[in-house]
Ligand binder design. Structure first.
Ligand code: UT7
Length: 332
């Protein structure tokens, strides 16, 4: 036996209370509910009115710990995935550690944009194979509203703020069993500029770079990403299933990154399966980046469509800036 049984203990989520509807957006930019819903499947999203990413992540993590009945002092590892850290440094994970009072834990961030939850689950699971760690918190959260250009109708209608967390635990006994059955994870830095925020220019006493107005905001070639992910995600899901020696029929539900309902429809069609195989809640939250998967899972737990400890199998699949993408086959 090489490692202890690693399982999913509990999930948590948090979204800020302020809801922004498509009709309200129609008063801000040249758009309307009909266009937004028909092109994305989104009706509304939650927007921060002051809480930053660490606040959202701390609340989601606290809920996961409460659901699991695990004290913050018993957490060994905290991984936050975010594209909108509170600060360039320290990491958002260290702020969450402080907010939780998880004194024993070590904490760090992972940058993999909307695929962050996929990347971090994989990393945390590998760390829990070590005999030294018992409990790991993986938290994805973003306040995308602070990097969205609110005058650009192509991006401001898509994103929402939110966070989701999961607590993973290693058991006492060695059984070599893990919730993570297989994974298929990729990056393609050649396509980095199809979705970016910020600027590469260096400014110091020896050279001057003046950021432009647009440099502060998300720049996205939405069509290019749409085409890329609708090709790659079916390949990735099938690769993960093949490694798990499972077929789609063995899977209860695919939980995709909630980027655009139309992307999920194309993926479902390319995989020759019905939309009922895919979890979708983008209508109420918009695209909350990597948090979208754990937020969706929390809702599925609340409605009984997912049951923790059941052993039922699910596929998580995500994609985002980097470009990054990947799929996990997991057992609940
Ligand atoms: O999560 C991270 C990864 N990101 C993604 O997954 C994004 C993937 N891409 C998408 O979801 C879609 O490409 C978008 C939702 C971003 C855009 O939908 P689209 O169907 O690809 O529209 P488009 O960009 O091709 O634009 C079509 C037309 C354009 O007008 P013209 O040039 O044809 O006259 C746009 O100006 O739609 C116009 N348009 C809008 N019209 C009304 C774009 N945004 C809007 C809007 N309201 N909000």
């Amino acid at each position: 036996m090489n490692f202890k049984k690693i399982s999913i203990k509990a999930f948590g989520r948090y979204v800020p209370p302020r809801v922004l509807t498509n009709d309200e957006l129609g008063e801000m930019v040249d758009t309307d509910d009909e266009w937004i819903y028909s092109h994305t499947g989104i009706r509304k999203r939650h927007i921060s009115t002051g809480e930053n990413t660490s606040d959202l992540c701390t609340k989601a993590a606290r809920q996961a710990l409460q659901h699991a009945g695990v004290a913050p002092e018993d957490v060994d590892i905290i991984i936050v995935t975010t594209s909108t850290p509170d600060y360039a440094l320290p990491s958002t994970a260290c702020l969450v550690q402080s907010g939780l009072g998880a004194r024993k834990a070590f904490a760090f961030d992972i940058s993999a944009a909307c695929a962050g939850f996929i990347y971090a689950l994989s990393v945390a699971e590998k760390m829990l194979r070590s005999p030294h760690y018992r409990n790991a918190l993986v938290i994805s959260g973003d306040v995308l509203s602070k990097i969205v250009d609110w005058s650009d109708r192509k991006t401001c209608v898509i994103f929402g703020d939110g966070s989701g967390a999961v607590l993973l635990s290693a058991a006492e006994s060695y059984t070599d069993e893990s919730f993570l059955i297989s994974e298929d994870i990729h990056s393609n830095g050649d396509k980095a500029m199809s979705l970016f925020c910020g600027y590469k220019g260096v400014s110091n006493p020896f050279c001057a770079y003046e950021p432009g107005e647009g440099d502060k905001f998300i720049n996205m070639d939405g069509r290019a990403i749409f085409d890329f992910v609708t090709r790659q995600i079916p390949i990735s899901v099938n690769a993960a299933l093949e490694k798990a020696k499972l077929g789609l029929n063995d899977i209860k539900l695919v939980v995709p990154h909630q980027a655009n309902a139309r992307i999920v429809e194309v993926v479902a069609k390319r995989m020759s399966c019905g939309m009922d195989k895919f979890a979708l809640n983008i209508e109420r939250y918009g695209n909350t980046s990597a948090a979208s998967m754990p937020i969706a899972i929390c809702e599925l737990l609340e409605t009984g469509r997912i049951s923790l400890g059941s052993g039922d199998k699910y596929v998580l699949t995500g994609f985002g800036s980097g470009l990054t993408w990947g799929s996990l086959v997991i057992a609940m």
